[in-house]
Design a protein around this ligand. Structure first.
Ligand code: PEP
Ligand code: CO
Length: 399
């Protein structure tokens, strides 16, 4: 095994690498970030890992959710409060319905970089670099705005710091009056490794990413010999791995062995996002392979990313019914395999958007135009998200 260092990923293939025009500017920004204060504490990260270990054993349940992509413009108190409100209300429904403590993790304070299937897009006849999240470029469709700008990493850091300050203040004031458990964790995709590396720090002989509590590796960058897997391998944070239908059971076992050689409970969360079309064919053999390996993992379901559809007009959406059906299948499969579904991973917002179809609100294709605000993936709105967890509780409690 090669030695790990915060920069050992440089020697590996990065499937979503960003090319900057000035490497010197990038290095200057990374040096500044490397000297900036950490955003979260080692104690918080270790406590989260302890909760995730309980979730792996079915004693707690993880609710991870938020926007597909956070934007700098929405780095403001009322938006953050909305996401906390969603997580806390959904958490209450789940806590009462499942009769277990709920571990709440926001896609917050750093979910600013996105992988894209296409590197470029054509806008009014001009080829532009795709929008890759505010950490990298701007959504505005011009050549200049789409050029990756290193200074954005500093802005991302400041927005993350602001978001965390808001979370700490909000959970101590308003939410504390409503419920006893005010613990919230934050997470984002481990994608832009220059940013992540700059916030990686050594504490008592262990390496932590102190920009966030929990990092996940996305479905487009989870290659076993890829840069993102190399980077997360050496961290002490808990790590999630997204699993798409192409994942082979024996490769998954190798990934688990590589990322958690000591089989530390709570270290790994496997986030399957197979979609309603593939879950029945794929999930059982993945669970069996992990069981046969004797390894401990927390199985989480992301019922959003395998169920993205395009309408006839070319609008990206998801059907509430597909999302719910995938949850039902996951519960049935885990039950049949004597395994636990340890958590769910959702894209949702407290805003009254019209991005996903269906639910009691009955959102139709015509309604999508009404309040379609997401910059990348469609989110459940407040009603749909609360309805979803309520329906999930009913499914769990069905004998
Ligand atoms: C996401 O979580 O927004 C995402 C891009 O997911 P995936 O890597 O599973 O496609
Ligand atoms: Co998404």
């Amino acid at each position: 095994m090669q030695l790990w260092a915060p920069n050992s990923w440089h020697h590996k293939f990065n499937a979503q690498a960003i090319e900057y025009e000035s490497v010197a500017n990038l290095q200057r920004v990374v040096a500044e970030l490397s000297h900036s204060p950490p955003l979260v504490t080692v104690a918080e990260i270790d406590t989260l890992k302890h909760h995730l270990a309980k979730a792996a054993a079915g004693q707690q349940f993880i609710l991870q959710g938020g926007n597909c992509v956070e934007t700098f413009a929405e780095c403001e108190t009322n938006i953050i409060a909305g996401q906390l409100w969603m997580l806390s209300q959904m958490g209450l429904v789940l806590e009462r319905g499942l009769n277990k403590p709920i571990v709440k993790i926001g896609r917050l304070a750093g979910q600013y970089a996105k992988p894209r299937s296409a590197n470029t897009e054509i806008y009014k006849g001009t080829e532009l670099f795709s929008y890759r999240g505010d950490l990298i470029n701007s959504i505005e469709p011009s050549l200049i705005a789409r050029t990756p700008a290193p200074e954005r990493l500093l802005e991302g850091y400041h927005c993350a710091a602001r978001t965390l300050a808001d979370i700490r203040a909000l959970t101590l004031s308003e939410l504390a009056n409503e419920q006893a458990d005010i613990q919230f964790y934050v997470s984002h995709e481990a994608l832009h490794l220059a940013y992540e590396q700059a916030l990686t720090r050594q504490v008592k002989n262990r390496w932590y990413n102190l920009a966030t509590h929990f990092l996940w590796v996305g479905a487009r960058t989870n290659q076993i010999d890829g840069a993102q897997i190399e980077y997360v391998r050496g961290l002490s944070n808990p790590i999630g791995i997204k699993i798409a239908p192409a994942m082979q059971p024996e490769v998954l076992v190798k990934l688990v062995e590589l990322l958690n050689p000591a089989d530390e409970p709570g270290r790994l969360v496997l986030i399957n996002r197979l979609g309603i079309e593939h879950i029945q064919a794929k999930l059982p053999s993945l669970i069996e392979a992990i069981q046969a390996s004797g390894r401990t993992v927390s199985w989480m379901l992301d019922p959003m990313h395998g169920n993205t559809r395009l309408t006839a007009k070319g609008i990206k959406t998801r059907y509430f019914s597909d999302v719910l059906a995938e949850i039902e299948q996951a519960l049935l499969i885990h039950r049949a395999k004597q395994s636990y579904l340890a958590g769910i991973h959702l894209e949702m917002t407290a805003e009254n958007v019209t991005e996903c179809l269906g639910g009691l609100a009955g959102i139709t294709e015509q309604d999508l135009a009404f309040a379609y605000k997401t910059l990348i993936d469609p989110r459940l709105n407040r009603e749909q998200a609360l309805e979803l967890v309520t329906r999930m509780v009913a499914l769990v409690n069905t004998p």
